[in-house]
Design a protein around this ligand. Structure first.
Ligand SMILES: NC(=O)c1ccc[n+]([C@@H]2O[C@H](COP(=O)([O-])OP(=O)(O)OC[C@H]3O[C@@H](n4cnc5c(N)ncnc54)[C@H](O)[C@@H]3O)[C@@H](O)[C@H]2O)c1
Length: 340
């Protein structure tokens, strides 16, 4: 079965491509490389010994997408391609809405034209907004995220829901990721942010490798166990396996029509201070940090209720926090400059 993976050269995409190939799926990656490098796919090719078809192109370009659907017999699409920096999205919101929302509509139109029904979307815990209590459950009403990035995810979920109502055959899954960290255990592929990392773990790893002087911990006076923010961190390989589980679920449920959402998380909140400590323990690398003022828009704590994915997709995040730290460090220390 051939799967089109948009954004497949990126962080989560490359780990998912590897897992798909190892699970017997054929993969076509479609990526404009705006936040990634083709080197990730070369490494996946080396690790799996399997061929990946790669097409450089933009999801906002229907002509390019059409060519891909004409060239390959695509049966399902896993859609990672998006811009994802929360802070940047408040500076250039139109670019985020164009890329993430218009780009997805463009992709769905081309899929419809080619009669491809199976669609798995990279959503995010951010869709629960500020209104909902933790843990987040899929039955909750979607919230109002504070950033254009978060809003773009809510909008795409709405697009999928409306499209499913109008279509007698669309089969959509929205995977709401919590906080993926870590890297493949080979240390060959991992997260390679361009510029200053927006996420905690790449920042911590860059301090450890000497590329950054100090970590800023934004706020130590939240109403949490130790005052710092708490998030539900999961290993990126667990997350990658969640996509294969979702695809297997679509294949096993051929009567399914509509859209289903699944949280992919561990079900546990871990604080920023605890992450720093876990990294230091796992790697024996001290992490210098300052406590900085709270950042606008940061929620104190959230984590997933992952029961639905556990029971229906038969999926569970199994890798430990220590495992996540060791794999992050293996990737960062073997590749201090990422894929460069
Ligand atoms: N990393 C996280 O913490 C996280 C959490 C929740 C959801 N997500 C979502 O998961 C997806 C993947 O995230 P990631 O961390 O791997 O990000 P990433 O930036 O590493 O990967 C995204 C990929 O999409 C490509 N891309 C972007 N716009 C494109 C376009 N118009 N056409 C073609 N390719 C395009 C980029 O070049 C990149 O390779 C995104 O949709 C993101 O919003 C990520």
């Amino acid at each position: 079965m051939k799967v089109l993976v948009t954004g497949g050269a990126g962080y989560i995409g490359s780990h998912t491509v590897l897992t798909l190939l190892n699970s017997g799926y054929d993969v076509v990656v479609f990526d404009n490389l705006c936040n990634s490098s083709e080197e990730s796919l070369k490494r996946v090719n080396k690790l799996t010994g399997k061929t990946i078809e790669f097409v450089k192109g933009d999801i906002c370009n229907a002509t390019q997408l059409n060519t891909v659907f004409e060239q390959f017999e695509i049966k399902a699409v896993i859609h990672f391609a998006a811009l994802k920096a929360v802070g940047e999205s408040t500076e250039i919101p139109l670019r985020y809405y164009h890329n993430n929302v218009h780009g997805t509509v463009c992709l769905l139109e081309v899929m419809q034209k080619h009669n491809v029904q199976n669609f798995i979307f990279s959503s995010s815990a951010t869709v629960y907004g500020e209104e909902n209590d933790v843990p987040y459950v899929e039955t909750m009403k979607l919230g109002t995220p504070s950033s254009p990035y978060g809003a773009s995810k809510v909008m795409v979920e709405r697009v999928m829901a409306d499209f499913a109502i109008s279509s007698s055959s669309f089969r959509g899954i929205s995977l709401r990721y919590f906080n993926p960290i870590g890297a493949h255990e080979s240390g060959e592929i991992g997260e390679d942010p361009k510029g200053i990392p927006n996420n905690l773990l790449p920042y911590v790893a860059q301090v450890a490798v000497g590329k950054r002087e100090k970590l800023n911990i934004f706020g130590d006076d939240y109403p949490t166990t130790d005052g710092s923010c708490e998030r539900d961190y999961l290993h990126v390989m667990d997350l990658a396996e969640g996509h294969v589980a979702a695809l297997n679920w679509l294949n096993a449920n051929d009567q399914f029509k509509g859209v289903e959402a699944f949280n992919l998380g561990t079900g546990n909140g871990v604080s920023v201070f605890a992450i720093v400590k876990a990294f230091e323990q796992a790697t024996q690398k001290p992490i210098a940090f300052d406590v900085a003022p709270r950042r606008a828009g940061d929620l104190p704590a959230f984590w997933a209720d992952a029961d639905k994915a556990n029971s229906q997709l038969n999926w569970q995040a199994t890798r430990s926090l220590e495992h996540m730290m060791i794999d992050t460090w293996r990737w960062q220390s073997n590749n201090p400059n990422g894929y460069e």
